[in-house]
Design a protein around this ligand. Structure first.
Ligand SMILES: *Cc1c(COP(=O)(O)O)cnc(C)c1O
Length: 368
């Protein structure tokens, strides 16, 4: 028997994709109209990648086909027990017309760490990367070229087996869809206010906080609604030890007066690729980096004493967002504003869009 998480012995070097063109693909004019102001997450390209996994066949039936509804048995395990994982990444159009993505191997590895935690089969890194190339080969024209525009890429996998018993499913589907996106911030990058959730947690110690799985997001929606009720843009969570964890979908970084960057570390935090990249850029500029527990008191006292000079959140979608205010039950702390987060944001996006040399080998060309 092949256990979920182990690879079939005969996994090939490449999948032999069957490509079926969408007969209802949008015209160049329709596409250009949609790319004018695509917003986030509502416009999708003409095709998608669809690969099956079964215990007996491993990864099989690799297809590129028309974007459209997926038919599922009502007993499909994902609908009941939430075996689901995803990734979020972007394709960038460079000035020379080329299409690039950023550190996709990191997403592939994290996808497999998530798969392991959710008792799902691993997708070999080379298949994950091949899927990106296959989608861009048919839908590369959907990578927009406007300022701050990208093609947001969403790989995901879920349990398809029709079975109501509780155990890891024996059938899964891997999919990749693309969604052209505009700037996350319509009116420039402005500081966000965040609400400290003391009533709810997003993840427990030993739980699934480090996996990119839908359930973590479902759990964050009610606290996010509470944050909105309190007039805040985002929610920040504490971990089981009462240390600062992260926002619903972004990591957090503190800048100290002496230039040190501190970011929370615990087993329940999603290890962001944006955060790791930003911290690497900062280290190369000479900043000291600390990954460790950060208590709420250290944050609040640090802001009060002037030891913390800036706080920002980071993730693929919004890149870097300054935090303007931390509010909680009975307090409201204005956050000092610095320029380091935005300067690192600019350096990172300059690399991603090809405006600055990629000296670290972070970019992968997808259309060649
Ligand atoms: C995806 C995600 C992040 C950010 O990760 P990036 O790799 O930087 O996009 C942070 N927190 C959570 C909960 C996430 O799901």
């Amino acid at each position: 028997m092949t256990l979920p998480g182990s690879l079939p012995l005969a996994a090939p070097d490449r999948l032999a994709f069957q490509v079926t063109r969408n007969s209802a693909a949008r015209s160049a004019d329709e596409r250009e109209a949609l790319l004018q102001d695509p917003g986030f997450g509502t416009v999708f390209t003409d095709h998608m990648v669809d690969v099956c996994w079964s215990e007996r066949g491993g990864w099989h039936r690799p297809r590129v086909q028309a974007y459209g509804p997926i038919s599922l048995d009502p007993a499909a395990a994902v609908l009941h027990y939430a075996q689901e994982i995803f990734e979020g990444m972007k394709a960038y159009r460079h000035a020379d017309g080329g299409v690039y993505t950023f550190r996709p191997e990191e997403n592939a590895r994290r996808f497999n760490r998530s798969a392991k935690r959710m008792s799902m089969p691993e997708l070999p890194e080379r298949f994950f990367l091949q899927a990106l190339h296959e989608l861009i080969a048919v839908d590369g024209v959907w990578v927009p070229s406007g300022p701050d525009q990208t093609l947001y890429l969403r790989p995901f996998m879920f349990a398809k087996e029709a079975f109501l018993g509780v155990r890891p499913a024996k059938k899964y589907g891997f999919y990749l869809i693309g969604s052209p996106s505009g700037s996350y911030f319509s009116g420039g990058v402005t500081p966000v206010s965040i609400w400290l959730s003391e009533r709810y947690a997003r993840a427990a110690e030993g739980g699934t906080g480090a996996a990119k799985t839908g359930g973590n997001y479902a759990a964050s929606l009610l606290p996010q609604a509470e944050a909105a009720e309190k007039g805040c843009d985002q929610v920040v969570f504490l971990d089981a030890r009462g240390n600062v964890e992260e926002l619903g979908g972004m990591n957090i970084v503190f800048v100290k007066k002496d230039g040190t960057l501190v970011t929370p570390d615990s087993g329940s935090i999603l290890d962001g690729i944006t955060r790791n990249s930003i911290l690497e850029l900062a280290a190369d500029r000479g900043h000291a980096i600390e990954r460790r527990g950060v208590s709420l008191a250290e944050w609040r006292d640090g802001v009060a004493s002037g030891d913390i000079v800036e706080t920002f959140a980071c993730g693929t979608a919004a890149v870097v967002t300054p935090i303007g205010r931390l509010m909680g039950e009975g307090f409201s702390d204005e956050q000092p504003q610095g320029s380091l987060g935005l300067s690192l944001r600019e350096e990172l996006t300059d690399i991603q869009y090809g405006r600055r040399e990629d000296t670290r080998g972070w970019l992968r060309r997808l259309d060649a």
